[in-house]
Design a protein around this ligand. Structure first.
Ligand SMILES: Cc1ncc(COP(=O)(O)O)c(C=O)c1O
Length: 452
């Protein structure tokens, strides 16, 4: 039993006096949005200061890969922290950073041959944007200053990454501060015209994107996209043929393809990378979030040798990539990532990922029959459904039905945190069949209660 001094009310009171929470209108706390002080986490479960447990169906913002408190990852962190916590990476190196780079390159394969570390996904996006822009300068192509992104895309919140983000919720206050990318139509399968297949719609979007590159020939550095699932943009899914088409278009139009696999990479879609479903490799690959198993902030950009080579030159030539973050390649994070990759490789090899994805799909299938649910979709262990009025039209935004689902699910002991009125599940890859059933039951009950 917790004493009154460390229960939920106690921590909420202290929290609201000192903290400023991310992605939050602080006036919404503690009503209508509850604030939960979490004091422990194990496997797929979080525990609050009152001792109530919650199934973490969204992997704590999509980072937890093999559950909280995984003993192998915890041990790797503890051992590394005792041996070498951190050393600056300019002029110095250490075994975990080298071993992790070797391991990532082997897993991802050609043409990737270099790894540049970052701490957060947004920082990885900044790095990829700068690498692409700087590469073209190094190649004497000074007119290339723009990027092309997809409607509904999300790439982070720092100024460069936010510039590449289309979701207006995040952009709106900062529009005047941002770079101006070109926006191409989202291949989101839900946007296909009546009678048009998802594949045909995706092909149509790819053709429109190529036309934009033709109109801006020689001006674009790279196309930046989230492969297969536009996560923060509403778990919008699209078919792999779009990626194949884009790979060919980027080659034809001589622009880089930057794949932001920060959310979808490392097993979430059932494969190592979402790009694997299309059998393609980008020119620059960003990974993050689950890289450390969800324990420490670590991200990375993988690049091929010809991009790396273009940065070699005389001292003072302006070619070197002088980007630096204090914690670049920190040893404890790399050790956590190495332990995570052990788990991921095992899960991929024994078919667990595919099996869990299918279980999730089967458990959520009853949602399809619900009059307030549309577009049930799944890609690996990412699943989503849109909550609508019975006639299929959206609920008025001010009714905040998604928030109602969130509250209903919390009461039932599950963390579902809808994106607007899109309910989604993105659980740890290690979720059990029983936990999937809990998740699915609570999703249905919460949808029902929120629509009542
Ligand atoms: C696709 C994608 N890219 C980039 C980011 C930014 O990552 P971070 O929050 O680690 O900066 C996110 C975060 O949700 C993301 O989903």
């Amino acid at each position: 039993m917790n004493s009154n001094l460390d229960n939920n009310a106690h921590w909420i009171d202290r929290d609201l006096k000192v903290l400023w929470h991310p992605c939050t209108q602080m006036r919404d706390h503690p009503h209508p949005i509850p604030l939960l002080p979490i004091v422990a986490a194990q496997g797929c479960w979080l525990e609050d200061a009152d001792g109530k447990r919650y199934l973490d169906a969204i992997s704590s913002w999509w980072v937890t890969l093999f559950g909280h408190g995984h003993p192998a990852i915890a041990q790797a962190i503890a051992e590394q922290a005792a041996k070498l916590d951190h050393v600056l990476m300019a002029g110095f190196a250490h075994p975990p950073a080298i071993e992790l780079a070797e391991r990532l390159l082997k897993l991802v394969g050609a043409p990737m041959s270099r790894v540049f570390y970052a701490e957060a996904g947004s920082a990885a996006i900044e790095i990829a944007l700068k690498l692409s822009f700087h590469y073209w300068r190094n190649m004497g192509e000074h007119r290339r200053k723009r990027f092309l992104v997809l409607d509904q895309g999300y790439h982070g919140e720092t100024i460069g990454a936010l510039s590449m983000t289309s979701v207006s919720l995040y952009r709106q206050a900062y529009g005047e501060l941002l770079l101006e990318p070109l926006f191409a139509p989202s291949p989101d399968s839900r946007l296909a015209a009546a009678g048009e297949s998802a594949d045909d719609y995706a092909q149509r979007c790819a053709a429109a994107l190529e036309q934009m590159l033709v109109e801006h020939e020689g001006e674009v550095c790279a196309v930046v996209l989230e492969p297969l699932v536009q996560c923060a943009g509403g778990m919008a899914m699209y078919p792999p043929n779009y990626l194949q088409r884009l790979r060919a278009i980027c080659d034809r139009r001589k622009v880089h393809l930057i794949a932001d696999e920060i959310a979808v990479g490392l097993g979430r879609t059932g494969a190592l990378l979402a790009c694997d479903h299309a059998g393609i490799r980008p020119d620059l690959l960003c990974i993050g979030k689950g890289l450390s198993g969800g324990t420490l902030p670590l991200a990375a950009v993988l690049a091929p040798e010809h991009i790396y080579d273009s940065f070699l030159g005389e001292y003072g030539s302006g070619k070197a990539f002088l980007h630096s973050h204090s914690y670049t390649g920190f040893a404890i994070g790399c050790a956590a990532a190495l332990a995570t990759l052990d788990l991921l490789e095992t899960a991929m090899a024994n078919g667990e990922l595919r099996q869990r994805g299918e279980q999730l799909g089967a458990a959520l299938a009853p949602l399809q029959q619900h009059p307030n649910a549309r577009h049930l979709r799944r890609c690996g262990l990412i699943a989503a459904v849109d909550m609508t009025q019975a006639d299929g039209s959206p609920f008025p935004a001010e009714q905040r039905r998604g928030l109602a689902v969130y509250r209903q699910a919390l009461q039932r002991g599950v963390v579902l945190r809808p994106l607007g009125d899109t309910i989604y599940a993105l659980p740890p890859l290690s979720i059990s069949a029983e936990e999937i059933d809990v998740l699915a039951r609570v999703a249905l009950e919460s949808l029902e209660a929120a629509c009542a």
